[in-house]
Ligand binder design. Structure first.
Ligand SMILES: Cc1cc2nc3c(=O)[nH]c(=O)nc-3n(C[C@H](O)[C@H](O)[C@H](O)COP(=O)(O)O)c2cc1C
Length: 215
């Protein structure tokens, strides 16, 4: 196993964030600090009316809603290709029976896919590996086309890539909207000097969904 050394400044920053988070959680302010403003996690169906078509599941995790909106756009685009598509939040634990393909999406928080999606992949690893499967990752950092950024993006998949080695894979830029974050996440975002913006490239999202192979 290889270990990577963190630069001292990054280490201190991370240690500071972890301490601040623990302090908030233990101080009785935990509930207030981690409560997320109401996030819409829609369950949608597209292309239901198309007879004898293949069904695709698009399941997603989200904290602030931007990944849900990307999942819906992917679903709509696949339906325009003639598929019947269910777009379902992973918290509903969708069963995989009857699907011809599965697309799984998660945002990145602190360098990782969200835990509920990682647990879903772990629980359904065997079935997922028998189906055409694709992963989409929503993130804000490491967006450049250089080796450092590419390495960091690959690192975002460390929990799921080994479980689904053959899955197709894509990265989309997301949204930073403080009004959709918990107090703690807003605090962390301000500490790392995050800037509010919506970087989603709807053309890129649509093009990917138009081109993805379902067999
Ligand atoms: C607390 C916090 C931590 C984040 N950590 C990362 C990160 O490590 N790397 C990254 O590229 N983006 C990071 N992001 C950006 C999110 O991936 C981005 O905001 C995404 O669109 C959120 O998706 P959601 O709206 O579906 O929750 C972070 C955002 C927040 C609020």
């Amino acid at each position: 196993m290889s270990t990577q050394k963190l630069p001292r400044r990054d280490f201190l920053k991370l240690a500071g964030l972890a301490l601040a988070g623990t302090a908030l959680s233990c101080s009785g302010l935990g509930y207030v600090a981690t409560r997320v403003p109401d996030t819409v996690t829609p369950e949608l169906t597209f292309g239901e009316e198309i007879p004898m078509t293949q069904r695709i599941l698009v399941t997603y995790a989200t904290r602030a809603g931007s990944t849900a909106e990307i999942a819906a756009s992917i679903g709509e685009t696949l339906a325009a290709r003639g598929f019947s598509v269910d777009v379902t939040p992973v918290k509903d634990q969708p069963a995989l029976d009857g699907y011809a393909a599965v697309i799984l999406g998660s945002p990145i928080r602190m360098g990782n896919w969200l835990p509920d999606m990682v647990r879903y992949v772990e629980a359904h690893q065997t079935a997922l590996n028998t189906l055409p499967t694709a992963l989409f990752t929503v993130h804000m950092l490491n967006t450049e086309d250089d080796e450092t950024s590419r390495d960091a993006r690959r690192g975002y998949l460390k929990a799921v890539r080994p479980l689904l080695p053959d899955a197709e894979n894509v990265y989309f830029q997301g949204v930073m909207d403080f009004s959709r974050l918990s107090l703690l996440d807003r605090f962390i975002s301000r500490m790392v000097k995050a800037v509010e913006s919506d970087q989603r490239d709807w053309d890129a999202i649509q093009s990917w969904a138009e081109a993805i192979s379902i067999s």
